[in-house]
Design a protein around this ligand. Structure first.
Ligand SMILES: Cc1ncc(COP(=O)(O)O)c(C=O)c1O
Length: 390
């Protein structure tokens, strides 16, 4: 029996070994269970004064409390949104417009941050500074000091907790302290960190923080922004005053409940088990193939971004239908270009085109690692010499 016949999640049964948890996670059956009544029975508008509003209202408050506890925040500091991208938009656009601030980001942020920064520059004339990263993908705190040195008025700084491609962990607490010394507002995109490593808004010292449900076993569309009390933000949606007036629209109770439950379950991270599986996979591949890890040793416990000398990532994955993983490169109309994240780290184009991202999670088993290692090694052998020599 292959590990796939033994899948630990119904969505994985019969399919390839899932190694793409940084793209999205299967919804935990325990999340599905608590959400179900809000799709079926408890349909009311949480703002309704009559009986139908009561249960959704209680559930929404409970979900907010769960997310707040998960982050070490207060309940009135959690704003539900429909995606991580929207939470990032609320944070960046909201803080920049509220204070007439300039914006400092770093080069390997998710497009939801980088493109929001570009849009602010284009539409509002916001001054944007993009900090470089070193070969590990990390920001040098001195570069932030330099960027904020000039007495240039209010600033908003956005630094991700963990990179989605390499798993690199930014020194967020250190950078936040520097930014605060200079009076800046600090946002952290913790989409990839939440549910994989401990995330505490006080320890990180941030003012705004993005949480994304579909990276932590809740469904797509469930997300939130932590907004520290007293931090002024321009709303992202105007209207009926929901979510403290920052994001109007009748609340999606089911998805809030899902995020709350996922946050509660994420207290048990399982990081040691997952990193042991990840390292086992790495060692098995490295024993046979010329692999090089892209990213630092200090990284998310589930992430392995590697290049195999002379092989294109997309060709390797195409030859390996036994696994579902991402290439580290971008593909537009069939043309593959090196990942901007790896490029910003100074990874040469050929090696960047060879990158594959293997990301493990809650439902990954030792059997999955057996299948994946053997399949990748066999796929590498099956590639024509021409592809390997390139
Ligand atoms: C670091 C990071 N930020 C933001 C997002 C966007 O989240 P969403 O897909 O919910 O908009 C992602 C998703 O890939 C991510 O990895």
């Amino acid at each position: 029996m292959s590990s796939r016949d033994n899948a630990t999640h119904p969505g994985l049964a019969g399919g390839p070994v899932y190694l793409d948890y940084n793209a999205t996670t299967p919804v935990d059956p325990r999340v599905v269970e608590v959400v179900a009544p809000f799709w079926t029975r408890a349909f009311g508008n949480p703002s309704s004064e009559h009986a139908y509003g009561a249960e959704p209202r209680r559930a929404l408050a409970g979900a907010r409390a769960q997310v707040a506890e998960f982050l070490g925040a207060r309940e009135d500091e959690v704003v539900f949104t429909a995606s991580g991208s929207e939470a990032n938009l609320l944070a960046l656009r909201g803080a920049v417009l509220a204070a007439g601030a300039r914006l400092v980001v770093q080069a390997t942020e998710h497009p939801a941050v980088l493109e929001t920064a570009q849009a602010l520059a284009r539409l509002h004339g916001t001054r944007v500074t993009v900090l470089p990263v070193d070969h590990s993908g990390l920001v040098d705190p001195e570069s932030l000091e330099d960027a904020l040195r000039a007495d240039d008025g209010p600033a908003v700084v956005s630094i991700m907790a963990a990179n989605n491609e390499t798993g690199a962990l930014q020194p967020v607490a250190e950078l936040a302290a520097i930014a605060h010394e200079r009076g800046a507002v600090v946002h952290c995109d913790a989409a990839q960190a939440c549910g994989k490593i401990p995330v505490d808004v006080t320890r990180l010292g941030v003012d705004l923080l993005t949480v994304v449900g579909h990276k932590m076993y809740a469904p797509r569309g469930a997300a939130a922004l932590f907004v520290r009390r007293g931090v002024p933000l321009e709303p992202v949606v105007y209207g009926g005053g929901q979510e403290r007036g920052l994001r109007a629209g009748t609340e999606n109770v089911a998805l809030a409940v899902a995020l709350g439950k996922a946050a509660q379950l994420a207290k048990e991270l399982g990081a040691e088990r997952i990193s042991a599986l990840r390292d086992d996979l790495h060692h098995r591949l490295a024993a046979v193939l010329p692999v090089r890890v892209n990213g630092p040793a200090e990284r998310l416990p589930n992430t392995l971004n590697l290049s195999i000398d002379g092989v294109r990532g997309h060709e390797l994955l195409a030859a390996c239908p036994e696994i579902a993983a991402s290439t580290g490169s971008a593909c537009h109309s069939g043309v593959h270009s090196p990942s901007p994240v790896l490029t910003a780290m100074g990874v040469p184009p050929e090696r960047a085109l060879g990158a594959i991202r293997l990301s493990l999670g809650r439902f990954t088993t030792a059997g999955d690692v057996d299948v994946a290692a053997a399949a990748l090694i066999a796929a590498h052998r099956s590639l024509p010499a021409s592809s390997q020599a390139r």
